[in-house]
Design a protein around this ligand. Structure first.
Ligand code: SF4
Length: 403
């Protein structure tokens, strides 16, 4: 059987010019400095290979699953954000960690690596819209709202890995924990052993999906805290009675999948298995056949029988790579329109070449550093995650096990 991969149509939404310029709404939103080689330069692949070879073991290149193929080909290891941060920490001999991902991931790598190692993000404008949705000042204000309602002392903050170091630091300072999409259930179990409710940051969908579908909480146990409204848009009674206070944040990629996309693909492809990431909306996750982290999605497709059909709801670069790697399976994108992560796509070959060649010349560019106090508290919240009962597992569960 040959692959039936069909390139999705272009989105009607304007995407940012990839790898160039700035986005004032992005996590860092800065212009990348330096003289970048033009994207049309014919020797970019050879230049990246030469620079990497010249650096040898001094450099370790990490590639997130959502990165472009042109970048992934130079990654020493690929993975999700947590796996990559651990891989960086496991390479104390590498002087430079070049992180092909987004800003919060590079921050986590800096927190988990030694002071002697330097973490480099090839384009400083590669932020994350979800991480942007929870600024430290907003979260501190929310904590005061909880204190005024008399519930801060009985609330445990839990933040998704996809948040800034500032937010991880806040959570560590207040006795909370970081979680990934693979261990959110265990992090919430841990938190509920210590408090009556959880403030879950910044992804409302992961929080709701885990609380309701995995843990069996009632949808009414969850309230949505809107940082742009006074008091989060909630009454003190709502805050007191809630078990899950969900921050009003979401992933701009996974949040785009709809129930219509699931129904449409089921009509179009009889027998298709719908597999989505838990950052998708509640109604999408409940309509899907399976739900799991990026690592789970990869393993599920690897284990799938030849001839099976899969509609996958996650970032397009990964889905396209899976389709290419498994031509004996019918792998399609859940939505018919383009769903790249525009900030992930900012890391392109010209930026990677530039960052590597600068290192060869002895110049460290775009270094990501987290201040020591923030790093200490963020590390406490990350270490608490590592200490959760049960080994870190890359997979979530099939939906039928959730409900
Ligand atoms: S895919 Fe979503 S959560 Fe991941 S970096 Fe992009 S916007 Fe952030």
């Amino acid at each position: 059987m040959t692959s039936t991969w069909v390139e999705p149509e272009n989105t009607p939404l304007a995407l940012l010019l990839l790898g160039q310029g700035s986005d004032p709404a992005a996590e860092r939103g800065v212009e990348c400095p330096g003289e970048l080689p033009p994207p049309s330069a014919p020797d970019l692949v050879a230049r990246a290979a030469a620079a990497k070879a010249a650096l040898g073991d001094r450099v370790f290149v990490l590639g997130h699953h959502y990165q472009r193929d042109e970048v992934i080909q130079f990654a020493d290891v690929t993975g999700d954000s947590f796996k990559l941060a651990r891989e960086a920490a496991a390479r104390p001999g590498a002087e430079y960690i070049v992180f092909c991902g987004v800003h919060f991931m590079a921050e986590s790598a800096d927190i988990l690596t030694s002071d002697a190692q330097r973490v480099i993000l090839p384009d400083l404008a590669a932020g994350c819209s979800m991480a942007d949705m929870a600024a430290l000042s907003q979260v501190e204000a929310a904590w005061e709202v909880l204190a005024d309602a008399g519930v801060a002392g009985s609330t445990v903050p839990v933040t998704y890995m996809n948040s800034s170091a500032d937010i991880k630091g806040f959570v560590g300072r207040h006795g909370g924990v970081v979680c990934t999409s693979s261990n959110a259930r265990r992090a919430l179990d841990w938190a509920f052993d210590r408090g009556q409710r959880v403030l879950f940051l910044p992804d409302q969908h992961l929080g709701r999906n885990t609380a309701v579908l995995e843990m069996g909480l009632d949808a009414d146990d969850c309230v949505l805290y809107d940082p742009h409204k006074p008091g989060g848009g909630l009454t003190e009674k709502q805050l007191r009675e809630a078990k899950m206070i969900l921050w009003r944040g979401h992933c701009s990629v996974h949040g785009r999948f709809t129930l219509d996309s699931v129904e449409e693909v089921r009509r179009r492809v009889p027998g298709v298995t719908v597999l989505v990431h838990p950052e998708c909306r509640y109604e999408v996750v409940t309509a899907a056949d399976q739900v799991g982290s990026t690592e789970y999605i990869i393993k599920a497709i690897e284990a799938a029988p030849a001839g099976s059909a899969w509609a996958i709801g996650t970032e397009l670069n990964l889905v396209r790579r899976l389709a290419k790697a498994h031509p004996d399976k019918e792998i399609m994108f859940l939505d018919r329109s383009v769903c790249y992560c525009s900030t992930m796509n900012r890391i392109d070959l010209p930026h990677l070449v530039w960052a590597l060649e600068e290192l060869v010349a002895g110049r460290v560019v775009n270094q990501i550093t987290v201040d020591p106090d923030t790093a200490r508290h963020a590390r406490a919240a990350l270490d608490q995650m590592l200490a959760l009962p049960g080994a870190e597992r890359p997979v979530s569960t099939a939906r039928n096990d959730w409900v």
